[in-house]
Design a protein around this ligand. Sequence first.
Ligand code: NAG
Ligand code: NAG
Ligand code: NAG
Length: 380
Amino acid sequence: MWCRFPGHPMAWLCLLMVLLVPCSLSSSSDVPDFDPPLYNISLDLPPQQRWEPVLKHYNSTYLRELLTSIINQLVPKWALAVICPLAEMDLESVVREPYAGEIRGLSRGLGMCAADVLILNLAYEAAAFCTSIIAQDENGNIYHGRNMDYHFGETLRKITLDLNFVKDGQIAYTGTAFMGYVGLWTGQSPYKFTVSGNQRVHGDWWRSAVSAFLMRSSPVSWLMRDALNDAEDYQSAKHQLSTTPIIAKVYYIMAGTMPGEGVIITRDRLGSADILPLDPLNGEWFRVVTNYEPTTTPHPYDYRRILAKEAMNATGQANINLDTIYEVLSVNHVLNHNTLYTTVMSAAFPEKYKTRMRNKVEQIGFFQPFPKHHSSKNFI
Ligand SMILES: *[C@@H]1O[C@H](CO)[C@@H](O)[C@H](O)[C@H]1NC(C)=O
Ligand SMILES: *[C@@H]1O[C@H](CO)[C@@H](O)[C@H](O)[C@H]1NC(C)=O
Ligand SMILES: *[C@@H]1O[C@H](CO)[C@@H](O)[C@H](O)[C@H]1NC(C)=O
């Protein structure tokens, strides 16, 4: 903890707030759905400078408080003790570019130490739960939608943003992220592919992730951004996402532009455990993934997948498009108290990339993936 700002008076206030305010499951405000802000990140700038124009839109004192509270809620103390000294000494030897430079630039802009911003990036990875859908319509168009579910969405709602990553005046790729985060869980490479990630770890995420990270494996969201940045086409992105070592298990969900181009990649840390493509010729014109193996039965209280599948069937292949996928992702339980945002996208129509911040106020039955009496740290 020495690498924080122990003398900062706000640090204590934050900690107090975290202790007093229960996690987002039980709180809900009356903010209706809204569009997150959209900013450009110039890939032509050196990594350290890329986030400066985005940071200008935020109150940095407020951001610092908020991000510190996320770290306090989510990061086990031993993980801080392992990573902070390493990152403080030499971030560039622990983290590759452009992520090291971007983290340094963010830490300067935020007035936080680089180790904290690095830890924040890992903390975001530890806590993402989601529903992803890919589908092909009767004309062979491919669509992709996702709900991002977080159990502390109340905080993240204020700092979610859409980003266009711009290279030579062109949009190289688009994604949805959180302030302070250099990875992507949702993204689109125009005319090539779209991708989303769903958490696959149940239990202690931190222990194996931190050791894999120190062995230089990639955080799962950095690999997604790498694929968006590097891959020439759908097939090479699929290969990259299937084979590159990552720090934690995950489901990568990809959709392309051509009929049949859609796949769920069930990832272990070193390679893929399963690859399940769309199979429209055999009636499998859509796939739905939450946080369970595609072939096993979800937790008995988690209705997201079955309800999304029923809603897809009820919609029918003739009627599937980005609007109807959004409706499926808005069905009760699929859309739940933890849903932070919904994104719908189709790589063949990149201008249709759309994220909405969600705010489900009504009680939603007993969908309860995380028992209420557990703190977020117990859960992770
Ligand atoms: C920035 O945020 C801090 C902490 O929340 C607050 O005290 C301050 O008034 C804010 N500044 C502006 C210009 O809004
Ligand atoms: C973002 O970049 C695109 C592509 O260069 C450009 O058309 C657009 O005007 C930029 N938006 C802003 C707000 O700078
Ligand atoms: C959806 O329809 C298919 C084909 O008719 C059927 O096999 C499947 O069980 C249905 N799924 C749900 C969840 O209703």
